[in-house]
Write a protein that binds this ligand. Structure first.
Ligand SMILES: Cc1cc2nc3c(=O)[nH]c(=O)nc-3n(C[C@H](O)[C@H](O)[C@H](O)COP(=O)(O)OP(=O)(O)OC[C@H]3O[C@@H](n4cnc5c(N)ncnc54)[C@H](O)[C@@H]3O)c2cc1C
Length: 379
């Protein structure tokens, strides 16, 4: 495919780029370029050859959505299994359901409160703090759930996640703390659909990109081909906006992560994810990947587990950008880049989590891609 003659070039073979490419390829030839050596962006996963365990290379991914449109669309490329996500948090070597529910409260306080009693109790704990006008994250959390729940589950977890004292974080980060006065421990309580692609995330994206009108070039960065792009080409760009403009106004802030895997026999962890709330454990989450593959009992029941410890990390320019740090300053910087992109690249449409500088779950990402194709290209 001659780059100069391409009508559509999609930069990035993550979920956003793959969705736009798949939709446009029903009518047009499309070129997808990807700077990594693999497709699927941050939902990329691979199967461990010895155990068949699916390893989520960029962190655990659980598909969940309220949008039928997204579920139906992705179901053209994968079947989802029936995995339902639940999470426990480890504190003082005990496991507590997360988000906080009636069982969490009763376990932590050694009580046996009814839903009504628990609600009044947490309100009174919050009132005891006397905080009416919270000035920072810590005060906000204390004003919502009181000292004991905050100290057990939020204080040190947040400190590890942001590498700073919660007193230094903006109160606005925390709009609410979900507390359920019931035994319901489903993590995604409002999800109409949830599950894990039966043949893995990478296979799902591979199927999306398999159409004969799609040409895929891996190991190819936008800057490698930019000079060859013709004036009539529409570019859909899903990479970082600051990198596109050579960081001319500075680097947009992100938090990053690093992952450490270990192969363990007969692990005591019999669930997919445990949050680690205490400071003496340096990581924030432990993943036991095989518990996502409930459609393969032989994988779940084997003695071997591949555990992955997730460590929060500072982000450096050009490193792996995971969570955008959205605040007034970063929003101003993002808007400055956005205005500049519009004048420098009039034929470029920004998309995806990096282009939008937002944390998007997979379903929001696919929904935005479908909406873009529908509104802009009328398909
Ligand atoms: C730790 C973590 C856990 C998550 N867990 C969940 C979960 O459980 N459930 C859920 O729904 N969502 C989850 N998400 C969100 C999910 O990862 C995103 O919604 C999704 O990956 C976004 O896809 P994307 O295409 O926008 O971006 P990406 O997946 O980042 O894809 C962008 C692609 O563009 C490529 N690219 C960038 N710049 C260039 C360039 N200049 N030239 C060529 N290629 C380029 C990149 O290499 C990348 O492959 C999680 C996110 C994180 C950080």
């Amino acid at each position: 495919m001659n780059i100069k003659d391409c009508k559509y070039i999609i930069v990035g073979a993550g979920l956003f780029g793959a969705t736009v490419a798949e939709r446009l390829s029903r009518e047009h030839q499309v070129l997808v370029i990807e700077k990594r050596k693999h497709i699927a962006g941050n939902v990329y996963s691979h199967f461990d050859p010895e155990t068949g365990i699916e390893i989520h290379d960029f962190g655990s991914h659980i598909f969940h959505t309220e949008f039928d449109e997204v579920y139906n669309y992705l179901s053209n490329f994968t079947e989802f299994n029936d995995y339902v996500h639940t999470v426990n948090t480890r504190h003082d070597n005990k496991l507590y359901p997360m988000p906080i529910n009636l069982d969490t409260i009763n376990l932590l306080y050694g009580a046996n409160l009814s839903p009504e009693e628990a609600e009044k109790f947490v309100e009174s704990e919050a009132e005891k703090t006397g905080i009416k006008d919270p000035k920072n994250f810590e005060e906000k959390a204390l004003s919502l759930v009181g000292e004991k729940l905050y100290t057990a589950f939020l204080k040190n977890y947040t400190k590890k996640q942001w590498n700073t004292d919660p007193k230094n974080l903006d109160a606005a980060i925390l709009s609410r703390i979900p507390v359920r006065y019931s035994h319901n421990n489903r993590y995604f309580i409002t999800a109409k659909h949830q599950g894990i692609p039966k043949d893995g995330y990478t296979k799902m994206v591979e199927n999306m990109l398999s159409g004969e009108n799609i040409t895929l070039k891996l190991n190819t960065s936008f800057k490698d081909i930019e000079s060859e792009i013709g004036p009539d080409t529409t570019i859909i760009y899903t990479g970082p906006i600051d990198e596109l403009l050579d960081y001319k106004f500075g680097t947009l802030p992100y938090r990053s992560l690093r992952f450490e895997e270990e192969r363990v026999e007969n692990s005591a962890q019999t669930e997919a994810v445990i949050n680690e709330a205490d400071l003496d454990v340096p990581y924030t989450r432990t993943h036991n990947y095989k518990y996502y593959q409930i459609h393969h009992p032989e994988i779940v029941n084997q003695p071997i587990s591949i555990l992955c410890h997730e460590y929060p990390a500072d982000f450096k320019q050009g490193g792996e950008a995971y969570y955008p740090v959205n605040n007034d300053d970063s929003e101003d910087l993002y808007q400055k880049y956005l205005a500049e992109v519009k004048t420098t690249y009039p034929n470029l449409i920004l998309g995806g989590r990096l282009g939008a500088y937002r944390y998007w779950d997979m379903d929001v990402c696919v929904k935005n891609a479908l909406d873009l194709v529908h509104k802009t290209f009328k398909y």
